[in-house]
Design a protein around this ligand. Structure first.
Ligand code: ADP
Ligand code: VHF
Length: 371
């Protein structure tokens, strides 16, 4: 592979249909082939997050296909058994290539609550910084109706936005989105590019008929909509197509493509600007004002003189001069009481003073708008 890719961070979602090859057991021969392709990207410096389905299928297989009532509790039981089996397989396969993996089981609550969102994001970033591949699945065993995402297509979209990925690959058992379900319509045609997701398109995207996957194309379309609005390119393609991951990474036209509709950092910044009333104020010194205004830097604790109000980590704050002039708005990485303890201090004093840290900056420049 010679051509450098524009995609530096990708999320690869592998549906049950891909991991089982349509059968009722994990298809390890195919899983190793997927890992081989991922290892090539990893070696080229690409950050890889895998959103893996298959826990329920693996649980069924491990327990010898038990006769269980068709209830949520049965699925949770199967997921609890199968998740550890699934991770063991992935771990062994990635180990063949000398790559470590880290398991992250999430629910909707982890991405909707801002503090938990930041925690999940920090963990993903910490894993990726050590070149460890996060293996994400829904925490099916504990996810109740209110907190579950429900399907891994939507979960992978949320993760791709959270991790600021630039490409989401939704790999499944079909070559992409067709103008009718190809399982029941042999003449169905592949849609190579989707510009707008509208009701007509939604009607074409049917449910899963295999009984193994969740949501079919309908959830993939929802996921594509979420991810592209979060600044992520999305492709739906066949997980069994030879070299599919490598080819997609290189930008080849495979499957159905949805281009990002927004630049991620721009949309995140708009979100801060349009955000709710600020939860508090951070007053900074002249050196920090210059760093923010002239160099576009992050705000370090060292430049903070005072903190007003009571806000949590992840809340929106105003950044003010001593005279009360607004310099910026941003999302604080620390609570008001934490910032009060570390203000005027060098960042290497954060751990000695707090006993922990969420990074060296008080407000990261990606989450800061100078006004
Ligand atoms: N318009 C469509 N184009 C392609 N596939 C479709 C369409 N409508 C429904 N499907 C179904 O969606 C299925 C893929 O979804 P699903 O079974 O949930 O897979 P996965 O486990 O990969 O998430 C396909 O096997 C196909 O039968
Ligand atoms: N979390 C579940 C998978 C849910 C799901 O969306 O499945 P799929 O449609 O195969 O991606 C599991 O691990 O079995």
């Amino acid at each position: 592979m010679n051509k450098p890719s524009d995609y530096r961070r990708i999320v690869v979602k592998l549906g049950t249909s891909v991991l089982t090859g349509g059968g009722n057991r994990l298809d390890k021969a195919h899983m190793v082939e997927l890992v081989r392709q991922l290892a090539v990207l990893h070696r080229q410096g690409c950050d890889i997050i895998v959103c893996t389905s298959g826990a329920i299928a693996a649980g069924r297989e491990h327990l010898g296909f038990p006769e269980l009532a068709d209830t949520v509790a049965s699925k949770q039981l199967l997921a609890a058994v199968g998740q550890s089996q699934l991770i063991q397989v992935w771990e062994q396969l990635f180990q063949l290539y000398g790559i470590h993996v880290g398991q992250m089981l999430l629910t909707r609550a982890d991405v909707e609550d801002r503090e938990r969102f930041l925690n999940a994001r920090d963990t993903i970033n910490a894993l990726l910084a050590q070149r460890i591949v996060p293996l994400v699945n829904e925490n099916d065993a504990v996810a109740t109706q209110e907190i579950k995402v429900g399907d891994n297509d939507n979960l992978s979209a949320l993760v791709s936005v959270l991790a600021e990925a630039d490409l989401l690959m939704l790999l499944t058992d079909q070559p992409g989105l067709f103008n009718a379900d190809p399982r029941s319509n042999p003449d169905a045609e592949l849609i190579a590019e989707v510009e707008h997701i509208d009701d007509t398109l939604r009607q074409l995207a049917g449910d899963s008929v295999s009984g193994l996957g969740t949501g079919g194309m309908a959830t993939k379309l929802q996921a594509a909509d979420v991810a592209r609005h979060g600044g992520v390119d999305v492709v739906i393609a066949a997980g069994h197509q030879p070299e599919v991951i490598t080819n997609l990474w290189q930008g080849q036209r495979v499957g159905t493509r949805f281009s990002a509709t927004a630049n991620l950092s721009a949309s995140r910044k708009r979100w801060i600007l349009a955000g709710l009333a600020p939860d508090g104020d951070v007053i900074i010194d002249s050196g920090a004002i210059r760093a923010l205004r002239e160099r576009g830097s992050s705000l370090l604790p060292k430049g903070i003189l005072r903190v007003n109000g009571s806000f949590d980590r992840g809340d929106t704050v105003r950044v003010l001069t001593e005279e009360g002039v607004i310099v910026a708005r941003g999302i604080s990485r620390y609570s008001a009481s934490d910032l009060d303890k570390i203000k005027r201090q060098h960042s290497d004093q954060i751990i000695p003073l707090l006993g922990y840290e969420y990074g060296s900056v008080a407000i990261h420049r990606n989450e800061l708008i100078v006004v």
